[in-house]
Design a protein around this ligand. Structure first.
Ligand SMILES: C[S@@+](CC[C@H](N)C(=O)[O-])C[C@H]1O[C@@H](n2cnc3c(N)ncnc32)[C@H](O)[C@@H]1O
Length: 251
């Protein structure tokens, strides 16, 4: 892994992650200057009586994750913002005036990024409630349900230029089951994108490495000019998560 990686902390600045190999020394420097420097001090979390070792490990990772700190400092609702910013920096799919559908919108950082990039209409759906985001129409419900999909189409008003799915099923800890459940979500999002995305549009979907997505890939390749797997640096290297990026919808 490189010591220095360029991941935009916000749409206008390029940060550098320094000393990634050693979490005690790692810090992120952003183009916004000294006010946005995040100097890290590694924080240990004791396993309290009510906290399982697993949740203590999760909390420790959150407390020491430079993207979590930076997201807090820069007003993004979650570290996931940096994944989308980085993908967009490389592939330029978030266009001013675009109509965007955000699947699995909670807590809302991807939608915040779409707002910042000047999307004209953004509709987001999640099983979870999301606190309001100016410029975003939020639907609470299950994307897998036809009635919810109909609501999304009605809110969009016309064909979206970008459909982005960061949906992930709640993990149950059984690797294969978790993969299948997330791939099912991605497959449904793929069907929806093929059916409703505007010509020339872009589709992004979270998948898992090792997931059984062969059929999905074939369909995407038939319907889009380019299809690739991408893993942003902001996606944790120990996570099996990666994204399918399909660009240039053919019709
Ligand atoms: C990783 S989070 C998304 C983070 C989001 N992109 C952001 O930047 O804030 C995944 C979300 O997918 C949602 N989700 C999972 N299954 C869903 C479904 N069937 N319908 C709608 N949302 C779903 C979860 O509730 C969760 O909030």
């Amino acid at each position: 892994m490189n010591d220095i990686s360029d991941i935009p902390p916000n749409p206008d600045a390029k940060p550098k992650v320094v000393g990634e190999q050693n979490p005690k020394r790692r810090r992120i420097i952003t183009g916004e200057g000294a006010k946005a420097h995040v100097h890290e001090k590694f924080e240990r979390v004791k396993t309290a009586r009510k906290r399982s070792p697993q949740s203590a490990r999760w909390l420790e990772r959150q407390l020491n994750d430079p993207y979590v700190k930076l997201a807090k400092a820069e007003g993004w609702r979650s570290r996931a913002a940096y994944k989308l910013l980085e993908l967009n920096e490389a592939h330029h799919f978030l266009k001013k005036g675009a109509i965007v559908l955000d699947l699995g919108v909670a807590p809302g950082s991807w939608a915040q990024v779409a707002v910042k990039k000047g999307a004209a209409r953004i509709v987001g759906v999640d099983l979870l409630p999301v606190s309001p985001i100016e410029g975003v129409i939020l639907v609470e419900g299950d994307f897998m349900e036809e009635s919810i999909q109909a609501q999304l189409l009605a809110h969009l008003g016309s064909k979206p230029n970008l459909i982005m799915s960061d949906m992930a099923a709640n993990t149950v800890g059984h690797k294969q089951t978790d993969h299948i459940r997330t791939i099912n979500l991605a497959q449904m999002a793929t069907d929806f994108a093929i059916g409703h995305l505007d010509k020339g549009g872009t589709f992004i979907a979270k998948v898992f490495q090792g997931g059984s997505e062969g059929q999905m890939l074939t369909r995407l390749k038939q319907n889009f000019k380019t299809v690739k797997h991408v893993k942003p640096k902001a996606s944790r290297s120990d996570s099996v998560e990666l994204y399918l990026l399909a660009m240039g919808k053919k019709s």
